[in-house]
Design a protein around this ligand. Structure first.
Ligand code: OSB
Ligand code: MG
Length: 369
């Protein structure tokens, strides 16, 4: 297809509850949406870069600039393209996976809508519902944490993930395990907050029968993760470290990733995410789909991705209402009996609530091809 125009739209959304992780607290989101118009119709993508580079090097203003200055002009220059070509065309640009992923998403959405196909059909999905997990932030006190977790248990989530950091680990995990009982799947995510010298301390989490510990050490420390994986009975899962197919392959080979969290934005797009999934299946490494506090655009696409057979663990694909009082799509993602139904609309699976979208739009800009 031929690209005609790109709309860069920024929206502001408030979170229903502050989301605190080891790298910061979020209450307000400034989200970049990209909307491509082509000779075959239009499509939307969501950039998952956050406001500041605390989770990864990207941030929303930087992604916006990278798209304007480099990525969009390269796609235009390429002429007649398909979504499957986007990652290859943009390969000369180092980094900026979230900016690239947003463009690939929009072009994929347009392509799928034009052919009347759903994303999960493209992926060869074998299921129409996927298990839903929820990511729970850090709180000022334990009672508040337990009240939040009880609420999510009542909502029916299939597993709980607790954010941890030094000073907020063994005690919260012990209390939550006591609250939810031995059967309920529980895992933790440190977002790189520990160092290799914490290995002995982290092994004390083994007694809580966790599904996994996610990214305890800095993203470059593959060897440290491999050493921890050797020592601890809790499986080590990587998030931040997995930035490409190559890093996934290396981490698995080294024993640093016993489980892989796949986030399409972090690896440069859904089609690379699929290749990482395929690699993990071939290596017998379980995968699950991570979340980046997405709107209904990203949630719909993530749900479709998670229908692939290697996604054997519940993902961070929670209800839209976990973070937002109102979503920008006409059919927000909901959780029933611990599952999310994969959206069935052609394209990535959502329809936008344009009236609400307009009401929260903070800026719009157009780039012609
Ligand atoms: O580390 O998985 C993470 C949210 C923002 C940035 C990083 C992470 C998260 C989450 C997932 O924990 C939140 C969600 O979208 O459900
Ligand atoms: Mg994580």
């Amino acid at each position: 297809m031929r690209l005609h125009r790109l709309e860069l739209r920024r929206i502001g959304l408030e979170l229903v509850v502050p989301f605190r992780t080891s790298f910061g607290t979020e209450l307000h989101r400034d989200i970049l949406l990209v909307h491509v118009t082509t000779d075959a119709g239009d499509g939307w993508g969501e950039c998952v870069a956050m406001s500041a580079p605390f989770y990864s090097p990207e941030f929303v203003d930087g992604a916006d600039l990278a798209i304007r200055r480099f990525l969009w002009p390269m796609l235009v220059e390429a002429g007649d393209i398909a979504a499957a070509d986007v990652a290859t065309i943009l390969e000369p640009i180092h980094g900026h996976p979230m900016a690239k992923a947003a463009l690939e998403m929009a072009i994929l959405d347009a392509e799928l809508r034009a052919s009347g196909t759903t994303f999960h059909q493209l992926l060869g999905a074998e299921r129409s519902v996927i298990p839903s997990g929820v990511s729970v932030g850090i709180f000022d006190d334990l009672d508040e944490l337990l009240a939040q977790v009880q609420g999510y248990v009542d909502d029916g989530y299939a597993r709980i993930k607790l954010k941890i950091e030094p000073g907020w680990d063994l005690e919260p995990v012990r209390l939550v395990r006591d609250l939810i009982g031995p059967e309920m799947p529980l895992q933790v995510d440190a977002n790189t907050a520990y160092t290799r010298t914490d290995a002995e301390h982290l092994c004390r989490l083994d007694e809580f029968d966790l599904l996994l510990i996610e990214q305890p050490l800095p993203e470059e420390d593959l060897l440290g993760h491999a050493q921890l994986a050797e020592r601890s009975s809790t499986p080590v899962c990587l998030d931040e470290s997995i930035v490409s197919l190559q890093t996934a392959e290396d981490a698995i080979e080294m024993g640093a990733a016993e489980i892989v969290n796949i986030k399409p934005g972090r690896v440069g797009g859904y089609l690379t995410a699929r290749r990482i999934h395929d690699l993990c299946v071939a290596r017998d490494v379980p995968v699950w789909c991570g979340g980046m506090v997405e709107t209904g655009i990203g949630r719909a696409a993530n749900a479709a991705l998670a229908t692939m057979p290697g996604f054997t663990l519940p993902g961070d694909i929670s209800a839209s209402s976990r973070f937002y009082a109102r979503d920008i799509v006409t059919e927000p993602i909901t959780v029933t009996d611990g599952t999310v139904s994969v959206p069935d609309a052609p394209g990535l699976g959502f329809e936008l609530d344009l009236e609400f979208l307009d009401s929260i739009t903070t800026s719009t800009d157009f780039l012609d091809a």
